[in-house]
Design a protein around this ligand. Structure first.
Ligand code: NAP
Length: 288
């Protein structure tokens, strides 16, 4: 069956909107965008649009490509000290002349809705509760939970080891008592590892998995986003090699997420959830 991220994210966003409506003080998300990266501009526009549609205040600080590191740091300091701003997000990637680590370390961990800062990442790593969970892995878990996919005791394989997806995904699955294997570009025998998995979370950004590599009725969550030769959005699953249409793919797997319409919308919903958590407790929402 399908892991329908569009459906689940819509339900979550409705609940968030209800909650925001009832709040006297609205959450306020500030996004810092440096440079002209086209994809980043689209992501930021979508985040702002979604936030505003929920009644969340949203400010985008747009800085030109040649902005100095000091100026970016000054902007972050201002947002940290601005009591009206409850959440801060710095859109990645940053221009090459800016030290990404310095920027991340400057964000107040209590406003770090992306879970980038060492305090939040460190807390997650040692099993403490960070102020916020990383948005994409949190979105994946919300999706799995909505469909009541069992995680405890299962063998979960995470493909990718980036700081924003692979590593935190593995940590969060471990916290949920899965047995976790992390794979990356140097992993040998990827196919054998995938074959042994009950749950696969793929975040390579390349078509590294074909259906027949995966055990029948396993769960496959496709985080990857790339474009095929026709410019169409696609995930990591190279399903066209084994099946004629996506319905056949859906019946092969226990559960599978499509691209688009899977993890993408869940990531946005998860960010909005973190944004409302900047002023409300984690327990404020009955989500699913
Ligand atoms: P990233 O930093 O480029 O990481 C990609 C990871 O995949 C790396 O760890 C890399 O290994 C691994 N990898 C590459 N080729 C591989 C192969 N042949 N076999 C096994 N592993 C391989 O990317 P990211 O930021 O984590 O994002 C991953 C993908 O998810 C991208 O397509 C991105 O666009 C997408 N994404 C989607 C959402 C969403 O909302 N849907 C959110 C975030 C990211 P090495 O470490 O060895 O290089």
């Amino acid at each position: 069956m399908l892991l329908d991220g569009k459906l689940v994210s819509t339900k979550i966003l409705e609940k968030i909107k209800d909650k925001v409506n009832k709040l006297e003080k609205k959450p306020h998300l500030a996004v810092v965008l440096v440079g002209n990266d086209a994809a980043s501009q689209i992501y930021v526009r979508n985040k702002k649009k979604t936030a505003e549609s929920l009644g969340i205040k949203s400010t985008v600080i747009e800085l030109s490509e040649d902005t100095s590191e000091d100026v970016v740091l000054e902007n972050i300091k201002k947002l940290n000290n601005d009591e009206d701003v409850s959440g801060i997000l710095v859109q990645m990637p940053l221009p090459k002349h800016i030290n990404k680590e310095k920027i991340i370390c400057a964000i107040d961990p209590k406003k770090d809705v992306d879970c980038f800062t060492p305090e939040n990442v460190g807390k997650l790593a040692i099993g403490m509760k960070p102020y916020f969970y990383p948005v994409t892995p949190q979105g994946v878990l919300l999706l799995l939970d909505y469909y009541k996919v069992p995680i405890e005791g299962k063998h979960a394989v995470v493909i990718g080891r980036s700081n924003i997806v692979g590593k935190p995904m593995a940590q969060m699955l471990l916290q949920r008592n899965a047995t976790v294997t992390i794979c990356h570009s140097k992993t040998e025998n990827l196919e054998d590892i995938i074959k042994a998995a009950d749950i696969i979370i793929s975040a390579a950004g390349k078509k590294v998995v074909r259906c027949k590599m995966v055990k029948n009725k396993a769960v496959f969550v496709d985080v990857g986003i790339s474009r095929d030769t026709n410019g169409k959005l696609t995930g990591d699953l190279n399903w066209e090699l084994d099946f004629n249409n996506f319905d056949e793919v859906v019946s092969y797997f226990g559960r599978v997420s499509p691209v688009p319409g899977g993890v993408g919308p869940m990531t946005i919903a998860s960010l909005m959830l973190n944004t409302i958590r900047t002023i409300e407790s984690n327990e404020c929402l009955e989500l699913l």
